[in-house]
Design a protein around this ligand. Structure first.
Ligand SMILES: Nc1nc2c([nH]c(=O)n2[C@H]2C[C@H](O)[C@@H](COP(=O)(O)OP(=O)(O)OP(=O)(O)O)O2)c(=O)[nH]1
Length: 142
């Protein structure tokens, strides 16, 4: 039984085959998350699969089409716990069409080196920190 709201997010990298950078997005709302960095994405809508929801969110938020790569495996069937009400599944992805722009929900996008120190220097939503670590493993594994 799933009781948690399903959120999906993308670890957008410059290249799935040879990733060197991750696109981090800075949220504008709500107040508790404004100014914090996150994986672009959002809530899956009724009738959508997680993957469909992620493609839709990335098109709405960033204006891009993407190819999904491996999922960053989380501890639960719904992915990574975010709070008492929501969990997030996260996929690696690369842009196939368009140039990411902060069209909705974000005021800044930043390509950050896939380096633990560089990544951790951003103020991520706290729940995202373990996901950032796991994303590095998934992205950089041979
Ligand atoms: N997109 C995203 N949301 C995250 C991350 N980490 C995290 O705790 N969250 C939380 C913030 C929100 O409570 C929830 C996602 O909601 P959202 O506001 O992005 O979803 P949405 O675009 O569908 O927005 P809405 O229709 O509810 O306005 O998950 C993350 O890395 N990416």
């Amino acid at each position: 039984m799933s009781e948690l709201k399903q959120v999906v997010g993308a670890a957008l990298v410059d290249s799935l085959a040879a990733p060197t950078k991750l696109l981090a997005a800075r949220r504008t709302a709500p107040e508790q998350y404004a100014g914090m960095w996150e994986f672009p994405g959002g809530k899956v809508e009724p009738g959508e699969t997680c993957e469909e929801g992620l493609h839709r969110e990335l098109h709405e938020e960033l204006g891009v089409r993407v190819r999904l790569g491996a999922e960053v495996p989380g501890p639960g069937i719904q992915g990574w716990p975010l709070n008492a009400k929501a969990a997030m599944r996260v996929w690696l992805a690369e842009v196939t069409e368009g140039i990411p722009a902060p069209l909705e929900d974000h005021d800044e996008l930043r390509w950050v080196a896939l380096d633990p120190r560089e990544l951790k220097s951003l103020s991520w939503i706290p729940a995202d920190l373990p996901i950032v670590e796991a994303m590095l493993d998934t992205a950089l594994r041979p």
